[in-house]
Design a protein around this ligand. Sequence first.
Ligand SMILES: Nc1nc2c(ncn2[C@@H]2O[C@H](COP(=O)(O)OP(=O)(O)OP(=O)(O)O)[C@@H](O)[C@H]2O)c(=O)[nH]1
Ligand SMILES: [Mg+2]
Length: 289
Amino acid sequence: MKEGTVLIIGRPNVGKSTFLNNLIGQKVAITSPKPQTTRFPIRAVYKDQRGNIIFVDTPGVFGKAEDLLSRQINKKTLESIQEDIDLVLYMVDHTRRRDFEEAKVLGIVRKIEKPKILVINKIDKTTPSYLAQYKFLEKEFDRVHMISALKGKHIKPLIDDIFKFLPEKKGESEVDFHEKPTPILNIDSKTYVAELIREKLFLLTRDEVPYTVNVEVEEITPRSENLTYVKAKIITTADRYKKMLIGKGGKMIKEIGRLARKELELMSNKKFYLDLEVITDPHWQERIE
Ligand SMILES: Nc1nc2c(ncn2[C@@H]2O[C@H](COP(=O)(O)OP(=O)(O)OP(=O)(O)O)[C@@H](O)[C@H]2O)c(=O)[nH]1
Ligand SMILES: [Mg+2]
């Protein structure tokens, strides 16, 4: 039996969370077409007869981290690098040019003294392609894999290779599969539901709006065997964003709620009542750790 920790790192939007979700077979980390969807490292365990891979999905490293939120997000990714890891998956998106942001992530990756696999994602898309700009990196990495995280293409050879780099399991497992269902996540159910709501908000709102928002779930209470009540606050930095989040006649907030509820119901086969409220607090970013 093997067991080890694998850090997934890359710039925003390359498909890190999509890869993890498809591998685990359920949504462990929210995803969206917008950069900086993941805001804190998510740990989830993949297991098969060969052993356990503890994946750490990190927030995409942002090139221009000028605002407080971006700085905090980048800090969290840098902190994950300090943890005890056995292997690094450096994920790139060949449909985007290698730019200063990529150079920044590459600089971080180069400093990690661990085995590294270059994962070139989105190969289901053929145009545009800047593959040559990434192929050039091959010699710096222990292995190179070309995958489609979204379509689940060429994932198996990557997992086979990951196991090759992991140590034999020593003593008791870091993760106890008898106690907890898989996938084992480092977040509680309130955070999980808040993340789902934030995902819908990322999908439905535009421009800078998603980056002004945080979601906090205050209460999850079973009302009956089949119905669960959830109370959540959508916190934004200014009243003009609050207006957009509520939408005309409450259209936007209703749609966010509807999509989040639908997904919770599909996952659990139970009914949910989502009580969503939008509030303004210009200082929420200062309070998150
Ligand atoms: N065509 C294609 N799209 C993909 C693939 N993998 C991910 N995507 C899309 O790329 C977008 C970003 O995916 P995420 O998984 O949220 O990216 P991420 O790297 O976790 O991004 P951050 O959390 O912001 O760092 C989403 O719209 C995904 O559907 C892929 O293999 N092919
Ligand atoms: Mg992500």
